[in-house]
Design a protein around this ligand. Sequence first.
Ligand code: MG
Length: 272
Amino acid sequence: MFEPGVMFWAERDDLETVRSLGVRYGQLGIPGGMHLTDAVAARFKTALAADLTLVTVFAAYEGEDYADIPAVARTVGFVPRDTRAARLERTLAVSDFAAQLGVGSVACHIGFVPEDPGDADYVVVREMVRQVCDHAARHGQSFVLETGQEPAAVLRRFISDVDRANLGINFDPANLILYGTGEPIAALRELAPLVRSVHCKDGDWPVAGVEGALGVERPLGKGSVGIARFVETLGRLGFSGPLNVERETEDQQERWRDLAEGVRLLRALARP
Ligand code: MG
């Protein structure tokens, strides 16, 4: 039987609110500007205590903009050239921080991977991902890529090309819809062997004919993912990790209300 978890952010969310959902698992996002010191790691380790287990630590980067597809292409992950060196260094630092917390997986959005393996940006991004994988491996960690910004087949080919055993996927079904890259259940089946963790997030497709527009994120169960079928498919594919609810709306009251609703929905769906 599946257990719910929650995706939450350091410096924005407090652990008491996370605990109020009654979950035992979580994924911690680290904002780009957050100062990562031994003291901060020690404080987190104590605060998480024995009752809250982090399955993943997510790195985000200063200067990222998720307003629409061109903004994502320009600013997110390892693809923008000017910030590559700094973001690689930051990712390795987040891996070290996660290791201090005893967390076995680190993640990020690497940005839009070019479809052409001969593209100069593709080659550099592949090399960066190898460096992160090798660094994470020394901590016994996996490095997982958030899905959705490219079709499943492109992501699968890229991961096979990187050729590192600890490289996997954090599967987010809503992102495939929001970016218009593919039907999420079919993508999940295609990527199943690579899935190390999941987000349970929902959303509706971009409006047809609006160039560069993203779809709209929705509370879990209220969008186009088909969460019941998503959970059922995860079970059939043998996935057994926690189902981490993610909600990205800016209004924090609405966000936590929806996260709590999402946890309730997953508990109902996961009942044998
Ligand atoms: Mg996500």
